[in-house]
Structures are given as C-alpha cells and as structure tokens.
Design a protein around this ligand. Structure first.
Ligand SMILES: [Fe+2]
Length: 343
C-alpha cells in the first residue's frame, strides 16, 4: 500500500484557502448551535458567533424555532448580546429598530416616511435551523446539504444509546486554541495519539476494543468503544465517539452524553464548545467525568498548537500518514480537498 501524504502546510496557513473554506465549507454545512433546552419557551433565544458569523435562534411567539443572522437591516449593528435570553421583540441597540420573533421588521422609530422604503424588504436574514435529539443546528446557506441527509447515519448509530432526554443537563465548557480548525479534526479522527496524548483515557479504553469506522464517504468517523477500568465505572461498558464533518462531535455512553462544536475563529485559531448530560452517577463521579472531558479537549488542543506552530514556520510541508492508524485522517483531508477543489 502506498503511503498517503498529509495535507500541505499551506492548507492550514494560506488566507486564500481559508476564504474558500468559509464559502464552501463553513457557510454551507451544519453547525451545532447549542442545546434545545435553551430555547424552550416562546421568546427564548440563543445567540452566538459561529465560524465568525453572529447568529441566533429564537422560539417565536407562535412556538416555532427560527434562526437568523444577528444583524440589523438598518446600519448593520449586532442585535442581541451573546448568550441565552428571552424577549418579546428584538430591539436593535443602535437606533431601536424592532423585529418580531419571526424576523419581521415591526418598528422603525423616528425613521420618517418614504415611498422608497418598504419595511417588508428589511426583515432579518433567515438561516436554516434543525432540531435533532435535543440539539439545535444551523446552516447559513440554503444550498448546502439537507439536514436529514447530513445527520442520517449518525442518527442511526446513536439509536442504541440513551439520549439527552434520559439524562440531566450538567453544564458546558469552552476551550480556545491557537491552531487551524483542521488540526483538531485531523487529530479527532485517529486513535493513534491516544496513548501519548491522553494517558487516563488510554487506560480507560480496553486494549484493542476501539473500532474506528468511516461512514458517509469519510464525512462521519465513528469510534465504537469498549470501556474498561474507571472508564467503565464512569461511562458504562459501551460508548460511541463520533465526528461529523465539519465540526460536530459526540461522546455517548450509558451514563454520559457530551456534544461539541469545534469551529474556526480565524485561520489560525479555533474554539471547542462542549455541553454535557449525565445519569446514574453521583455528584463526585459527574464532576470527575466532566472535568476529565475538558482535560481531554485541552490535551487535544495542546497538541494541535504544537503542530500549528510548525505548519506556520515554512520548514515542514507534509508528512506520511500511517496506513494502519491514519486512514481516516486521509479520508478527512480528502473530504476537504474535494469540497474545496472538486479534486
Ligand atoms: Fe485526542
């Protein structure tokens, strides 16, 4: 078998490539916005910046969940502060233009009248939104994949496991990293680094009992995990870790459910946002499991930063991918190539 070389370093550093990724990957794909419980009641909203775009989802007065760009159609101000909240109307902090929860422009105080100005042409920019198993996903471009197609295989893999509704929400954590988003995905789809980077996790997973399986032409990589040691005590015996291109991850077991959005915040920076639910564990075990998940993310981002430093410095261009251990890195990188270049 011939050796496949990793993506060229310039893929992680070149601004032209990054601009292409924004148009062809980040804009078109689906992104986890957050847990659906944050937008349960009418008027509840969840506002965040996703891949650099300020967006929010809001439960309308009619009970419908919608998502919009967080942009006033007047002078472009951001409308809602980041985070969770509740409102009856969305009022712009700049000139107090008001929007209904369905995105229609409803108030332009003091603006004046002109036949040229049609408020109906100045409603909020809508996004696609999808609710799935207690999570909210958004997509910025109507021309990307349908959510039902995007999630189908992962949905099937998740079916044997308990879901968010079975568990109690515990909390979230966020980790920032100084590395291109792809370094994290490269790392996520292989188990080769487990022993060196994650000492505790390596002892918690039974030797030889992780099966890594690609699906959906490499856009979905699943780790079917058999836990041992304290991993089994905390997580039950069987687990599923999965990465869905471009930035959604889950780690599910009998007792825990963790979801993650990993996204670019710039060409050389990323953010990992995580939310976790548990069941059948006492408070000390939950605390331990939750802190452990953050440790794993920090370990991964730490190694990504060590890589990025050298992708930036012009000495290293590319390296050989292991035929035994890094086939899914090759698959992920091929998905990136195909999406960007149609190669
Ligand atoms: Fe890792």
């Amino acid at each position: 078998m011939s050796i496949i070389q990793s993506l060229d370093a310039t893929s992680y550093t070149d601004n032209t490539r990054y601009a292409l990724e924004r148009e062809r990957i980040f804009k078109k794909q689906w992104w986890l916005l957050g847990p659906e419980h944050t937008v349960k009641e009418r008027g509840d909203y969840l506002s965040d910046t996703v891949c650099g775009w300020p967006v929010f989802a809001i439960r309308g007065n009619d009970g419908e969940l919608r998502a919009f760009h967080n942009i006033c159609r007047h002078r472009g101000s951001t409308l809602l502060e980041e985070g969770q909240g509740r409102c009856r109307t969305i009022v712009c902090p700049y000139h107090a233009w008001g929007y209904k929860t369905d995105g229609t422009l409803s108030a332009t105080p003091g603006f004046g009248h002109s036949d040229d100005f049609d408020p109906a042409q100045h409603n909020l920019f809508a996004l696609r939104v999808a609710c799935f198993r207690g999570m909210v996903f958004i997509s910025l471009d109507d021309n990307g994949p349908a959510f039902s197609d995007w999630i189908k295989t992962l949905d099937e893999l998740m079916t044997p496991f308990p879901g968010i509704d079975d568990m109690t929400y515990h909390g979230s954590f966020t980790v920032h990293g100084a590395a291109n988003w792809k370094t994290y995905c490269d790392n996520t789809v292989e188990g080769y680094h487990l022993n060196a980077v994650h000492p505790r996790l390596a002892t918690a997973v039974s030797t030889g009992s992780v099966t890594i399986q690609p699906y959906d032409n490499g856009e979905l990589i699943a780790f079917h995990v058999d836990y041992g040691g304290d991993g089994a005590a905390l997580r039950g015996n069987l687990g599923l870790w999965a990465y869905r291109f471009p930035g959604f991850q889950i780690a599910i077991s009998a007792n825990a459910f963790k979801i993650e959005r990993v996204e670019p915040t710039g060409i050389g920076s990323l953010r990992s946002m995580n939310w976790a639910w548990y069941q059948n564990l006492d408070d000390a075990a939950i605390k331990d499991s939750f802190e452990w998940s953050e440790t794993v993310v920090r370990e991964d981002i730490g190694i990504c930063e060590k890589v990025q430093r050298n992708l930036d410095n012009g000495i290293y261009t590319s390296g050989p991918l292991s035929p035994d251990q890094e086939g899914n890195v090759a698959r992920f990188q091929q998905v990136v190539r195909t999406t960007l270049d149609g190669e």
